[in-house]
Design a protein around this ligand. Structure first.
Ligand code: C2O
Ligand code: CU
Ligand code: CU
Length: 498
């Protein structure tokens, strides 16, 4: 939100202050922001639960259902899942293969599946208007037509995405190809998927998704950080290199991934697959929706060493980044002498020339919809908060086409948060883009931003430019903030590829 404008409006719009609307909201937002900063610290765990690895499948039957899982202290929690427990299986397919996935909605509410990062026809993408009603089913049929990468799937019904993802509906979708296979990267037991998500959990171990008005603005944070559906797990590792595919499946929390001994690790891939070359880093920011493909070298530790994957503090956040906390533990427990050298060249990413762009579109992501705020009657639930965050001053309208682009054309899109003070990971459906630059704020690109992306973190004061060529998949797609509280409260637009 633009606080300056907000204050001005609050003091001059007497009609609103008279009925308590804006005035109340201003107080409430400021208060909640302050509360959030200190009340949702991550709790330290004991790291005595083994890390579960979701089953790897091809063409599964997925059923969204209410089920149970043991996510904390061995206690039972009611969750949503795509199989018998929280989350879903890891779908793994080769480029070129046909996906044929039957989906049954056994929830008591509408849902659907969006294949985040996949370049597939609009009718298969899980647009919010393509809903699978409670008790109904849908057959997803599409060809994989893109490079190897770590993609994922989750629900996308407008206004309900955040709640359903929070309850446990998410899974990884890994695409492999021959180029990646030729690199002989660590695989099987040495390739670990890590789905990181924070959850707020009541003392009776039930999940609690109930954002206040302030939390719709900042995002909803949990005090427990789960990996693959369990809190504070550990994994026994051998003295060798591991490949880790990390997905931030949280609704709003950003992680600044690091190892507890500050050791460096190699970033080899981003949302849309491998980078040109690996980049050695000591920490890596990962926003909701983003993926990182990393190599961690455990070969130089002595047996028995415990290393934590943790999140370091970071700046630029209003209510996030002030705490460092551990996420999971690796115990070096086995000697091994498998030689591995990080490949000098991973892939070839040809930069899309800026001169090939036929159009530049700018999206102002710093704004708020004042109109709908004046209309808020009942306070504190998502429905009444519609329109809190906007894109170009607009709140999501499922029937309105906001932008029209031409299949095969190249465009530059600018996400402008230079006037903003909230964090927005911006995501575009149906396409993979390259990040051109970031001005303001951090003023630089990080390792993952040198590869293909579908989600890019735009911090307060930043303006980020991305370039992309739209595929031939014509139809209606969305772009939105992947802070799911922002998305559900309207920070989303439709665009049409014609
Ligand atoms: Cu991962 Cu439109 O979402
Ligand atoms: Cu997506
Ligand atoms: Cu946002």
């Amino acid at each position: 939100m633009r606080r300056r404008h907000f204050l001005k409006l609050a003091s001059t719009t007497t009609a609103f202050t008279a009925i308590g609307g804006i005035g109340w909201l201003l107080q409430s937002c400021k208060k909640d922001k302050m509360d959030m900063g200190k009340s949702v610290s991550v709790l330290e765990g004991s790291f005595d639960t083994p890390l579960p690895i979701p089953a790897i499948v091809k063409n599964p039957s997925l059923t969204a259902k209410s089920t149970t899982a043991s996510i904390l202290n061995g206690k039972t929690t009611r969750v949503f899942g795509y199989h018998e427990s929280i989350l879903g299986p890891t779908i793994k397919m080769m480029n070129g293969e046909n996906a044929n996935i039957t989906f049954q909605n056994s929830l008591s509410e509408e849902t659907n599946i969006h294949w985040h990062g996949l370049l597939i026809p609009a009718s298969m993408d899980g647009h919010p208007e393509n809903i699978v009603q409670a008790g109904s089913s849908f057959n997803f049929n599409f060809q994989i037509n893109q490079r190897a990468g770590t993609y994922w799937y989750h629900p996308h019904p407008h206004g309900k995405t955040s709640h359903q993802v929070f309850m446990g509906l998410a899974g990884m979708f890994i695409v492999n190809d021959a180029e990646e296979a030729s690199l002989n990267l660590p695989d099987n037991d040495y390739e670990i998927p890590l789905v990181i998500q924070d959850k707020r959990i009541y003392s009776d171990y039930s999940l609690n998704y109930s954002p206040t008005s302030g939390e719709v603005m900042t995002g909803y944070f949990g005090q427990y950080v789960l990996v693959n559906g369990v809190y504070a797990p550990y994994s026994n590792v051998a003295k060798r290199f591991y490949r880790m595919r990390v997905l931030n499946g949280s609704t709003a929390r950003i992680y600044n991934l690091a190892l507890s001994d500050s050791a460096s690790f190699y970033v080899i891939g981003a949302d849309g697959g491998l980078l040109n070359t690996s980049e050695s880093v000591n920490s890596l920011l990962l926003a909701p929706g983003e993926r990182a493909d990393i190599l961690v070298n455990f070969s130089n530790y002595s047996l028995g060493t415990e290393i934590y994957l943790q999140s370091n503090t970071f700046s630029n956040g209003v209510v996030q980044g002030t705490q460092s906390f551990q996420i999971m533990k690796f115990t070096v427990s086995k000697s091994e002498t498998t030689p591995f050298t990080v490949p000098a060249t991973l892939s070839v990413i040809n930069p899309i020339p800026q001169t090939s762009a036929s159009k530049t579109r700018t999206f102002d992501i710093a704004g708020m919809d004042m109109g709908s705020m004046g209309n808020m009657g009942g306070m504190g639930n998502m429905g009444s908060m519609a329109g809190m965050h906007t894109i170009n001053g607009k709140s999501y309208d499922i029937n309105r086409i906001d932008e029209e682009v031409t299949a095969g054309s190249t465009e530059i899109w600018v996400f402008d948060n230079s006037m903003g003070d909230e964090i927005h990971p911006m995501h575009i459906h149906g396409v993979q883009f390259q990040v051109l630059d970031r001005t303001g704020g951090r003023n630089t690109l990080i390792a993952t931003e040198k590869g293909w992306k579908d989600t890019v973190l735009v911090m307060p004061q930043e303006k980020v430019r991305v370039i992309m060529t739209f595929p031939q998949n014509k139809g209606k797609f969305v772009l939105h903030c992947h802070n799911l509280e922002h998305e559900d409260s309207g920070m989303m637009l439709n665009f049409k590829i014609s």
